[in-house]
Design a protein around this ligand. Structure first.
Ligand SMILES: [Zn+2]
Length: 88
């Protein structure tokens, strides 16, 4: 009889802890929405772009962008490359 009560108690404890963990996760998600964005980025691979100055490939999010007057977007690996390319 005691074994059964102990088992039920464990089950109750487990369910309580599980729902508590879910609640904490929800609170954390609302407090730190950036975490979710990072997770999303991991799921969708970043597009690689080529630095127009040195030819290095790098993720689009890390690239230094330069938008031309005609709307064309140029990508560079660093500000230095961007400046060097502008001088050419
Ligand atoms: Zn470069």
């Amino acid at each position: 009889m005691f074994k059964l009560l102990f088992f039920l108690f464990l089950l109750f404890l487990f369910v309580t802890l599980y729902s508590f963990k879910k609640r904490v996760d929800n609170i954390l998600d609302t407090l730190f929405p950036k975490k979710n964005k990072r997770r999303g980025n991991k799921n969708s691979p970043d597009v690689l772009v080529k630095c127009l100055n040195c030819g290095v490939y790098l993720p689009k999010s890390d690239a230094v962008k330069k938008i031309k007057l005609n709307g064309e977007v140029l990508y560079f690996c660093s500000k230095q490359c961007k400046e060097e390319y502008s001088k050419k």
